[in-house]
Design a binder for this molecule. Structure first.
Ligand code: 4AD
Ligand code: MG
Length: 508
């Protein structure tokens, strides 16, 4: 017989359902078992009362441990305390398997990240990870929805490639029937070819970068979405970046309210996508970064100094709060109140740790920003300092030629700059999109391929695109995991992809 899903419980108020799933958490009284069930579609409280189900079934229920699998039949009743608003009062219970010694606690913060990462195959069942994967799915649907509505054709670009497009330092080499080949760093060059056949296309596939760095924003294998549009200049490219990301974020806000609540995401910070995104040329961006130019009366360096002062004050305030609570606990209070205060103290301590980290970081960030040299690429902290003076995501364009890929189009009359654009998300999430208008002048391209020390032969086919019916065109690449990280408001990319591949991590 077909069973029901937690997500649909509201349709069954006052009726009987059968749910199949796992124990997320369980608590037992003398005559009641309170089980938080998860079934993939959501989480729901279930009550098994001895009087309702009888002795035998109640004994079975009492043995339910975390991640045991079971089916429950019961009546759906409204419960305002429950997150989903409904609970199930059991009339029957069937056990699939009991699980012993499940290695992950409900309170994940009791484990180190390594413990969790080593058990990624189980960690995915945790509530936070469940929510992140749902948001990832929503983002993917939003991407396809947007491009399909806008008349783009989805294309699949090859994974084995014969050329390096994004620089030679982070290539994964492999052997292709005896010939050297690389795992694709990008699908762009193939996207450019297809764009001349189809007008507007987008790729959606895995890309590989041998980044030997253990940072929260780098994976060795990540998913990139790369639209490419014929007859688009970089202005139109930026318009598209803005509409595209706005669409995705709004779709998540609409469809993932529960997930974003589990993740404790401040959704007002995501709503900033509905403002116009500021567009700042690189040369102006570095003035802002160095504190030489204000934005709406806000000075980047001063804002950091204020953030630092606020963090220091916050630490003092929280320390005092802890001291007062500890004193009150010592003086004696009821068990419930004590538990509440103890939990509060733990969370205050973790807030203090975050603020202390800020106090260590901000002075370094300020130094880095003040000493920023024209022509350099932004570091992580520079992006944080720069975006802090803006509310919405920011687009930085016209980048130094030297630090960008060979295919970017030179700014007319200014060969030191190219028409590249990066989208920087607010609140320290940083670069999530990189794109550009493409060089169409075959002679400049030939020169650039040489300047980048790239071999000519693997690019011959690409140069044909400039020989036959070359047109202005532009495109960009969105890092899917960077987008998930921003929307979910999480720190590390390792939580944004089901099974991360990064420096030092190939299993599970
Ligand atoms: O800026 P990138 O290197 O641009 C390109 O690859 C172009 N071919 C895109 C194009 O114009 N079609 O990479 C694009 C995005 C970055 O903005 C970032 O979001 C993500 O891909 N990205 C990474 N994500 C995770 N781990 C890494 N190592 C990443 N490197 C880039
Ligand atoms: Mg980039």
């Amino acid at each position: 017989m077909a069973h029901q899903y937690i997500k649909e419980l509201s349709q069954y108020e006052g009726k009987e359902v059968t749910l199949k799933g796992w124990v997320y958490n369980a608590r037992f009284g003398a005559n009641h078992a309170f089980i938080e069930m998860r079934d993939g579609s959501g989480f729901a409280p279930c009550v098994v009362a001895k009087d309702d189900v009888g002795e035998e079934i109640f004994e079975k229920a009492k043995k339910l441990t975390r991640e045991s699998s079971f089916a429950i039949t019961g009546n759906v009743s409204k419960d305002d305390r429950a997150k989903g608003g409904y609970e199930v009062i059991a009339t029957n219970l069937e056990i699939y398997t009991y699980s012993t010694d499940y290695p992950i606690k409900v309170n994940e913060s009791e484990h180190g990240v390594r413990h969790l990462a080593d058990r990624r195959h189980l960690w995915l069942r945790s509530k936070r990870q469940w929510a992140i994967m749902r948001v990832r799915n929503e983002i993917i649907m939003g991407i396809h929805e947007f491009f399909q509505k806008e008349g783009f054709l989805q294309m699949d670009s090859p994974i084995f490639t014969g050329n390096a497009a994004e620089g030679t330092t982070d290539l994964f080499g492999t052997d292709f029937f005896g010939d050297p080949a690389y795992l694709a760093q990008t699908g762009q060059l193939y996207g450019e070819a297809m764009c001349m056949a189809q007008g507007k296309i987008y790729t959606f596939g895995p890309t590989f970068r041998a980044e030997k760095s253990d940072t929260p924003r780098h994976l060795a294998e990540f998913w990139m979405i790369e639209p490419e549009m014929a007859f688009f200049d970089n202005e139109m490219n930026m318009d598209l970046i803005e509409q595209f990301t706005r669409h995705i974020v709004n779709r998540c806000l609409k469809n993932c309210a529960q997930e974003l609540e589990i993740l404790e995401r401040d959704t007002t910070r995501l709503e900033t996508v509905n403002q116009a995104y500021p567009r700042v040329p690189y040369t102006e961006a570095i003035k802002i970064l160095k504190g030489e130019k204000d934005v709406d009366g806000k000075n980047a360096i001063q804002v950091q100094e204020e953030d630092l002062a606020a963090a220091k004050a916050g630490i003092e305030e929280k320390k005092q709060d802890i001291a007062e609570r500890e004193k009150a606990i010592k003086a004696g209070m009821k068990k419930g109140a004590r538990k509440f205060n103890e939990a509060k103290i733990i969370s205050l301590r973790s807030e203090i740790a975050t603020l202390e980290e800020a106090c260590r970081n901000i002075p370094r960030w300020i130094e880095s920003a003040k000493n920023f040299k024209d022509g350099e690429d932004f570091g992580n902290s520079d992006e944080t300092v720069l975006t802090r003076v803006f509310d919405a995501p920011v687009m930085v364009y016209n980048w130094p030629t030297k630090i960008k890929a060979f295919y970017m189009k030179e700014v007319e009359g200014d060969p030191d700059h190219v028409k590249g654009v990066d989208l920087l998300a607010p609140d320290g999430y940083g670069e999530i999109i990189g794109g550009s208008e493409r060089e169409t002048d075959i002679n400049i391209l030939l020169q650039k391929i040489k300047d980048h020390n790239l071999p000519m032969e693997p690019f011959e086919w690409y140069l044909d695109l400039r020989r036959f019916g070359s047109v202005p065109h532009s495109g960009f690449g969105l890092g899917l995991e960077r987008m998930v990280r921003w929307v979910c408001g999480i720190h590390h990319l390792r939580e944004t992809i089901p099974f991360p591949r990064r420096y030092g991590r190939l299993l599970p």
